[in-house]
Each structure stands twice: as structure tokens, then as C-alpha cells.
Design a protein around this ligand. Structure first.
Ligand code: AIR
Length: 184
């Protein structure tokens, strides 16, 4: 998957260049190694983003400021990753009508299930689109899919990306047959 992303080159630059359109939040700098993947995918598609550490529990007022000013600052989508009692995506979603995509971060104590359930089990009316544990890459791809609905260049890049993904998957038949042959 990583290889595919880095091989992929957008056919032409998407519309977004300088002002961040995707805000990437994380509850702590300990989430960075996971959340930076979202930033890298967005970079590959030439979608501008900004990274911030804000905690729903440690800096709740900063979160309020961030979420309530997000639309005015030009953000279109927020990706939020947190671990443990991971309220960051949900609280963010409560304070903005922008789509929020939640990334449950793996936690040692409960194997990330605490993060996943905290993020996915939102009350009716305030959705958070939740990706798999540590799957910041999918969060970025989902953000790109949403943005591509109103951006033809980005949509063309996505279609190209999917073609390359399918090609790489098809090549796996040959690879496993080679392995089988090498063993016998
Ligand atoms: N966290 C921070 N504030 C609220 C929460 N839920 C999360 C972070 C991180 C975990 O707590 O998102 O995944 C551990 O943070 P730290 O700073 O102790 O490493």
C-alpha cells in the first residue's frame, strides 16, 4: 500500500495549493507517527493540510477555538486522531458542521478498542466518519474522495490512483504463484 502511494503521481495539480483545506488534529504528539500518514497522502494528491496537536481533555478551549473558526479559515474537512478516551473527533464534530473523520489510535491497555468505540459510537445527529484503528491513510483518502466531488482534477487523480491499486492487486496472483514455485 505504501509503495503504491509513493508510485502514484497526480496527473495534474488539484485545485488546492496553499490555504489548508484539511485540518489534521491529534490528541498528543505521541499520535504523530500515525497521523503524519494522512498528511503524506494529502501531499501526494496536492491537497493542502495543516497539522495540530489539540486535546479534547487537556486543551478543550483551544479545541473550541479551532473547531468554531474552521469554516471561516477555509477548512473543508477535519481529520482527528486520538487514543484511549478518544473524544477529540466527536467533540470537534459537535462544534462544526464540517465533515469530521476520526482515526482511532492504538492504545496498549485495550488494544485500541477504547479509541475505536469512543470515536465510532456517536449519538444520532452528530456523525463522525470512523476509519480503522491507526488507519490515517484511509482517513486522508476519504477526505480526498469528498473533496473530489467538487473538483474534477482531484477526481481524475483518484480514478488513476484506483487503477494503479487494482493493477498492483492483480500482480499479486503472479507473486504468490512465484513463491509457490520457488518453494517446491
Ligand atoms: N488523548 C490526549 N488527550 C485526550 C486523549 N484521549 C490521547 C492522545 C494519545 C493518548 O491520549 O490522543 O493517543 C496518550 O497521550 P500522551 O500525551 O499521554 O502520549
Amino acid at each position: 500500500m505504501r509503495l503504491i502511494i509513493f508510485l502514484f503521481m497526480p496527473t495534474k495539480p488539484a485545485e488546492y495549493t496553499s490555504t489548508p483545506v484539511v485540518g489534521i488534529l491529534m490528541g498528543s504528539d505521541s499520535d504523530f507517527e500515525i497521523m503524519k500518514e494522512a498528511s503524506l497522502v494529502l501531499d501526494e494528491f496536492k491537497v493542502s493540510s495543516e497539522l495540530s496537536v489539540i486535546s479534547a481533555h487537556r486543551t478543550p478551549h483551544d479545541l473550541e477555538q479551532y473547531a468554531t473558526s474552521a469554516i471561516a479559515r477555509g477548512l473543508k474537512i477535519i481529520i482527528a486522531g486520538a487514543g484511549g478516551a478518544a473524544h477529540l473527533p466527536g467533540v470537534t464534530a459537535a462544534m462544526t458542521v464540517l465533515p469530521v473523520i476520526g482515526v482511532p489510535i492504538f492504545s496498549k491497555k485495550l488494544n485500541g478498542q477504547d479509541s475505536l468505540y469512543s470515536i465510532v459510537q456517536m449519538p444520532a445527529g452528530i456523525p463522525v466518519a470512523t476509519v480503522g484503528i491507526d488507519n490515517a491513510r484511509n482517513a486522508a483518502l476519504l477526505a480526498i474522495q469528498i473533496l473530489a466531488l467538487s473538483n474534477d482534477a482531484l477526481m481524475a487523480d483518484l480514478i488513476e490512483f484506483r487503477k494503479k491499486l487494482a493493477d498492483a492487486s492483480r500482480q499479486k496472483t503472479g507473486k504468490i504463484r512465484e513463491k509457490m514455485y520457488a518453494k517446491s
